[in-house]
Design a binder for this molecule. Structure first.
Ligand code: MLT
Length: 323
């Protein structure tokens, strides 16, 4: 009974309170980042939030709600009031892969409203410096010769680094032993410390460590080299043809959020992405801007569905076990 009343309230809210959209925003907005602070998702969200604040005229706060490959943070956003004040930051992992791995208790397509497609990361194969390999070929030989599977850091089952790991296993035939963290920020600390062997990471998370020489970078999964890391070959060049993956991110709002509010949030994000200073910050991290003709909420919705169709078969075939 209570659920029925709540559902009815959510359904009429946007119409019951048109003022909601007009006065939006009238207080701070929270972006829920489902991974640890300091990691690639958190860093991108904070850069955008800082600029969106200028357009929206209200603070845009970041709340890190971590765990279960990001599905806990997304769940928190799904259950938030559909008023635009709580939005979900996510990516190919949280808003595509997790639907093929977890019993989420929410639907990634029908329980969320797409707001905007955000920049994407090429993935990069990185290892601790102690690994006796300088090229991808030498790394693969070392991995194959190892008596036990290498310890590969991830941000949990379904995260971008995990899906990239599954894809790496698929394409190389090499088994990995996954070590889950609440984000690739903390995983990176352990890689630098030599506690784990490797990560198939987002470039924006690894680039500064690779530049500093504290870890080793072998290949990127884009079909072209990254301008900000032009010395690192593509997987095609490095002897792993076809290992292509771009980890795109996005913003979503709870189902039932008024269209006008979605439009305002989208406009603020697009303005941030078009800001030369913001672009420079993001591109310096190796991030690639989404095409200008794919910045509408509809474009994100269509892209998410297409990616679900593309990735779910591989992910389901991997038969990932989660508690
Ligand atoms: C993070 O911010 O930690 C990442 O997005 C994790 C991942 O998906 O690999």
């Amino acid at each position: 009974m209570r659920k029925a009343i709540l559902a009815a309230l959510i359904a009429i809210l946007p119409f019951a309170n048109p003022a909601l959209a007009q006065n939006f925003p009238s207080r701070p907005i929270t972006i829920i980042v489902p991974f640890s602070a300091g990691g690639p998702s958190d860093v991108m969200a904070r850069i955008l939030a800082e600029r969106m604040k200028a357009t929206l005229g209200e603070a845009v706060l970041i709340e890190n709600v971590t765990g279960a490959g990001g599905s806990i943070g997304v769940g928190r956003a799904v259950r938030s009031p559909p008023d635009g004040y709580t939005i979900s930051f996510g990516h190919l992992g949280t808003h595509v892969a997790n639907g093929a791995i977890y019993k989420l208790g929410y639907d990634l397509v029908t329980d969320l409203e797409p707001v905007v497609l955000l920049p994407s990361n090429t993935m990069i194969v990185v290892s601790k410096n102690a690994v006796p390999a300088k090229t991808l070929g030498e790394l693969l030989a070392w991995l194959k010769a190892k008596p036990a599977p290498a310890a590969a850091g991830t941000a949990g089952a379904g995260s971008g680094s995990h899906i990239a790991g599954l894809y790496f296993e698929n394409i190389t035939g090499i088994k990995l032993q996954y070590v889950p963290y609440r984000g690739t920020g903390p995983a990176m600390n352990d890689l630098v410390a030599g506690q784990i062997d490797m990560i198939v990471d987002q470039l924006s998370n690894s680039i500064n460590q690779v530049r500093a020489g504290t870890i080793r970078g072998y290949a990127v999964t884009d079909t072209k080299r990254a301008e900000s890391a032009a010395d690192i070959p593509t997987a095609d060049e490095a002897g792993l043809p076809g290992f292509h993956m771009m980890l795109w991110s996005g913003l979503w709002a709870p189902k039932g959020t008024p269209r006008d509010v979605i439009t305002k949030l989208n406009a603020a994000a697009v303005e941030a992405l078009n800001d030369p200073a913001v672009r420079k910050q993001l591109e310096n991290l190796g991030l690639q801007m989404p095409p200008r003709d794919r910045l509408s909420p509809q474009a994100l919705g269509d892209w998410q569905k297409a990616e679900i169709a593309k990735w779910w078969p591989m992910i389901k075939a991997a038969n990932v076990k989660v508690d």
